[in-house]
Structures are given as C-alpha cells and as structure tokens.
Design a protein around this ligand. Structure first.
Ligand code: F6R
Length: 607
C-alpha cells in the first residue's frame, strides 16, 4: 500500500525523499509526490504514474528545502491522478497518508460548512483541513494535530509538516506501520526500514495509537491520551545499497532464480545437516501440548498455509483450521484455550492478518508469526516468530517468499510431529534429508526455464487457463493460477483435480490449457485419471511431473516438464517453481509490467 517518507534534515530533502520512495515503490505506484518547507510556505511536486515521472518533473522544476515529506500511492479514495496524489496541502499544513480515514465524509461536510475548500477527492485531505482548522483557532501545531488525531477513525500512518516550522514534523500511527529513524543531527520518518535504509539503520517503531513529535535533535513519542512514552531503538540489518536486479530483466526473475540460495539459508537456520534434526527457535510454550492449530494468512501466504495444513495433519497428526484473514477476523471463530495460532506473512504488515493475530491473542492462543521482515508489526506483536530468510522481495508477485515459507513450515511440521510423538526418528531423518536436498533439486528445476518459456508462447494466447492438483499439490495449483492472473492478466483458476467433474469441466475445450501439478505421490493415479477426463473433452494438458508421471501422461499431455523424483513431502516446494516460471514468461511475452502489475501493491496495509 502507500509508502511514506519524511526528512527533518540539514541538506536538500528532495533527492533523499525520492531515493526513499524508490525503495517504497513496491507498495504503490499509481502516483507519487513530495512537499518541502520553503521560507514561509510549502511547495510540492506531484506526478501521475510511476515514480520516474515525479523524478523527471523534479529535474525540470527542482524543489529546495531541507524538511519534506514524500509519498508513493496505491489509490483508495479518488482515482489515481495528479490532483489526488499526495502530499495534500492547504498552503499551511501538508500531509502524506497510508490507510483509510473511515469517517472522512462526516469530517469533510463539517469542514466544508466551516468554509474549507477541498481540492481533491481523497479522504486524506480532511486531515489537512482538520489540523489547519484547529491551528488557526489558537493552538500550536502540535496541540492542533493532537486534537485532530483524536477525531480520526480508520487506519492511518501520517507524516505532517507545517509552514514556518522548520524544525518540526509529526508522525502518527493507527493500523498502518510507521518508523522513526535517527540520523546525525537529523531525523526521519518512513513506512519501513527499507525506506530509510539509505539514511539510517537506527529506528524506533510507533506502536498502535502512538504519535511522534520529531525535531532535528530527537523525537518524543506520545499516546493518543497525550502521555509521553519510550520506544526502543532497533538496529536494522538492511544495507543502504539499492537492491539490484543482477543479470535479470526483472526483480521477479531474479527472485525466482534466488530460490535455491534462500531456501538453503532458511533451512540452514533450522536443520542440523549432520544429525538431520530440526531445531526451532525457543518457543514460550510446549509444542507437545498443542491440540489444534489455526492458520491465518492472505493470498500466496494463505496457499503456503494450505500446504502446511496437509503436512501438519498427515505428518504431525494435529488438526488444523485455516482461513483467509479477511474472513477469519469477522466470523467470530471459536478457539480453544492454548491452541497454536500461526500467521504467515511476507511483509508482516498485512492489515487483515494483523487483525486476526490480535483476535487470537485476545482469545488465549499461542501466537506465532512466520514473517520475512523481523521488525514488522506482526513479529513485534507475536509470542514467537519463525523467520523466512528470503531477503527483501521487491517484485510484487511473491515467489521466493512462498518457497521459503513452505521450507520453514515443513520444518515446523517435523518439530510438531516429533513433539507429539507422531514420527519416528528414522522417518524424521529421512524427511529432513529430503529437505536438505531441496536447494540442489530447485537448481535442477530452474534448468527448465527455456523449455517453460517455449510453453508460455502457447499459453499467452489463451483466454482462460486451469490449474489442477490433488493433496498438497492443490494449493500449488491455486498459487499457479494466482501467479498467472496477477502478472499476465489472463483469467486462471486453480481446482482440486477431483472437483473438476463437479462443474469446472464444463469450461474445457481445445482453447483451454490445463496445467496439471502431478508429483509422484500416492495420488498420482487419481490425477492421471482426471487428466484423461480432461483430454477426452479436448483440454490441452501441460503436465508437471517426475519421469514416471511424464511417461504415463505422454499420450495425453501436449507439453510436459520432467521434474526431479523426490519424497512427496517436499514436492510442493519444488513444484511451485515451474508455475512461477510459466506465469513470468507469459507476462514477459505479453509485455505486461511484471514487477509492478496493474492495481496491485505489496504490503496490503488496508483491509
Ligand atoms: C501474490 C502476493 C499476495 C500476498 C498477500 C499477502 O503474489 O504476493 O497475494 O501473498 O498480499 O501478503 P503478506 O504475505 O505480506 O501478508
């Protein structure tokens, strides 16, 4: 979602703001803008579209000033035009905002009645006029902002500057993440550590309901009630260098090809290669006592959770409930005390997942988050975290985050199975060994890149594509369909192969490619039967299987890719890779914006 940066600095703010926005562009890219304090006024530059448009505008018409705020937008209220781009200002106060002000309509009517003139269609502009209104009516900017914050409903991260106040910026957080960075005689505000990594690695995170008065020599954190509070300083491990694409055309390709490395890194942290035993970080509860697991996540992370349900139930013999977070949080789920609630999120900031986490915490669950960002809000609010070591994922479509989530979830499964006495030491060693070999096997899968590109030339012509899988391959079918639709805009659906004949089979004709995820497991025979049913109706099958499966489908599949024969336990991790490659190549051939697909953003901090 929208990205925010602010600098109360000693040098020109504009280039530093734009540099920060480059690091935040993955959050939204429909428009961008910056505003700085100049003499007794505020000036701004904004541009519709990608950040490069703003950078070009600034080249033609630079913006001086050492204090400024910047924003990259993912539209909520108001179409993505320059008029609706942030920062918003009335000439006295300028605001950048991530989130949604839910009571904006009431506030807007009240402010209009008081004579305020609105110049955009956004909810954010109400914040500008509200603060300005209180400031004009006798109180100082800090008190005016405090008064305004108390009236805002919804979710927000805000950064605010005030004309003539060259040593003041206010940050506020309710529902959307925000950090304050410490420099040398300077201070910064950013949506995350990455946004500020070119300026500092020393950060404090605002907690829910906090607001912060930031001046060059430091920051004072306050609660909404007005109490001054302390917030710890963290040192981020991120380097200030821009993350490059290496030899690849897109971040997504780079991230797909990094998978052997980052799966290996994530495994090394959890599996001892000599004893072939998994050891998780210390948990503040005993895994042996867990009677039920509740998994909650969104999107691709939800599909990782769905694979984990198959694993935890079949290997660790523990019952698992799983939900998408946007449904879980409002359906008043019944939770038994002492259950394990597991939240999966690359960003650790997804609004719905975070709300579900808080619900589970209030309802007596042991709350564990599996995140890729250890400083994220979910990580900070959980009883324990498991970490994927995927490194920053910049492509909006999740790839290496997914396979590293699966890797850690496989380790968790083995740890739970051992704690519950559901697995023998010999079987644990066997499955750990299969996991240890995944990075090498993933490298072999990537060797099919060229061949998958050739298949993509055919798939790119399709209007609809179906993905089928059974058991733990069913979530991979769902993930394959999600990847294809989000970056190539081709309609795609994933189905449990056995469900085909209950409806979706009506869609099949010779224009519909059917991608079949068919590792050599106990369900292969059944999947092959479904392939026959598909072929009998003219469907064109693209089979991903091992040598035996490919041989058995050789007369039915139009295309097939032979993947390494592995223990079925680790197959979901490996079979995720060809579906990523297929989606990637189709998107490249169609000429879509692979890393920043339309309408999407990473880190979904609004519900
Ligand atoms: C799809 C994708 C999204 C995310 C989802 C959850 O490629 O990236 O579906 O998986 O928005 O995000 P996190 O994992 O950050 O909670």
């Amino acid at each position: 979602m929208c990205g925010i940066i602010g600098v109360v600095g000693l040098q020109d703010a504009a280039p530093r703001l734009v540099d920060g926005l480059k690091r935040l562009e993955y959050r939204g890219y429909d428009s961008a803008g910056i505003a700085t304090l100049i003499g007794d006024g505020i000036d701004r530059r904004r541009a519709e579209g990608k950040l490069v448009n703003l950078a070009n505008r600034l080249k033609e018409d630079p913006l001086p000033g050492t204090v400024g705020i910047g924003h990259t937008r993912w539209a909520t209220h108001g179409v993505p035009t320059e008029r609706n781009a942030h920062p918003h200002t009335d000439g006295r106060v300028a605001v950048v905002h991530n989130g949604i002000i839910e009571n904006y309509a009431t506030l807007r009517a009240e402010l209009q009645a008081a004579g305020c003139e609105f110049r955009s269609d956004t909810d954010t502009e109400t914040v500008v006029h509200l603060i300005s209104h209180y400031w004009q009516n006798g109180v100082d900017p800090v008190a005016a902002t405090h008064k305004a914050l108390k009236r805002l409903e919804g979710a927000f991260a805000l950064a605010i500057i005030f004309t003539g106040e060259h040593n003041l910026m206010i940050a506020a957080r309710k529902g959307s993440p925000l950090a304050v960075g410490y420099g040398d005689g300077e201070m910064y505000i950013g949506s995350d550590a990455l946004a500020l990594s070119h300026l500092t690695n020393r950060l404090s995170y605002l907690e829910e309901g906090d607001w912060a008065v930031v001046r060059r020599d430091g920051v004072e954190f306050r609660t909404l009630g007005g109490d001054v509070v302390e917030r710890a300083v963290h040192v981020s491990a991120l380097s200030g260098a821009m993350i490059g694409k290496g030899e690849h055309r897109h971040y997504m390709a780079k991230e797909i090809f990094e998978q052997p490395q980052v799966i290996g890194d994530s495994l090394n942290a959890l599996v001892n290669p000599s004893t072939r035993a998994v050891s998780l970080p210390d948990l503040p509860f005993d895994l042996a006592t867990v009677r039920r697991v509740t998994i909650v996540a969104c999107g691709t992370s939800y599909y990782a959770g769905l694979v984990a349900k198959y694993w935890l139930e079949s290997v660790a013999r523990v019952p698992v409930d799983i939900d998408v977070a946007s449904e879980f949080r409002y359906r008043e789920p019944v939770l038994e005390d002492g259950g394990l609630a597991l939240f999966i999120s690359q960003s650790g900031e997804t609004a719905d997942t975070l709300a579900a986490l808080r619900y589970c915490k209030e309802h007596g669950q042991h709350v564990v988050s599996l995140v890729n960002v250890p400083e994220s809000t979910m990580a900070r609010e959980s009883h324990a975290i498991l970490q994927t070591l995927a490194g920053p994922e910049i492509g909006v479509a999740s790839t290496k985050a997914f396979t590293t989530q699966l890797t850690v979830l496989a380790c968790l499964t083995l740890a739970v199975a051992r704690a519950r006495g559901a697995i023998s030491a010999a079987r644990e060693a066997e499955l750990s060994q299969a996991l240890i070999e995944v990075p090498a096997r993933a490298g072999e899968v990537l060797n099919h890149d060229e061949r998958i590109r050739a298949i993509a030339e055919d798939v790119m012509l399709a209007r609809d594509v179906l993905y089928l899988g059974r058991g733990a391959s069913y979530p991979i079918a769902l993930e394959g369909a999600l990847k294809l639709k989000e970056i190539s805009y081709i309609h795609a659906e994933g189905y449990a192969a056995g469900e085909m004949k209950h409806g979706p089979i009506a869609l099949i004709d010779d224009s519909v490619p059917v991608v079949v995820i068919a590792p050599g497991d106990s369900l292969l025979d059944k999947t092959i039967s479904n392939v026959q049913e598909t072929v009998a109706r003219g469907g064109r099958v693209i089979a991903f299987s091992d040598a035996d499966g490919v041989e058995r489908m050789k007369d039915s599949a139009v295309y097939s890719i032979t993947l390494p024969a592995v223990d079925p336990f680790v197959a979901p991790i490996l079979y995720a890779i060809p579906v990523q490659l297929l989606a990637y190549h189709v998107a490249v051939l169609k000429g879509t914006d692979v890393d920043q697909p339309r309408n999407l953003a990473k880190s979904v901090t609004v519900e």
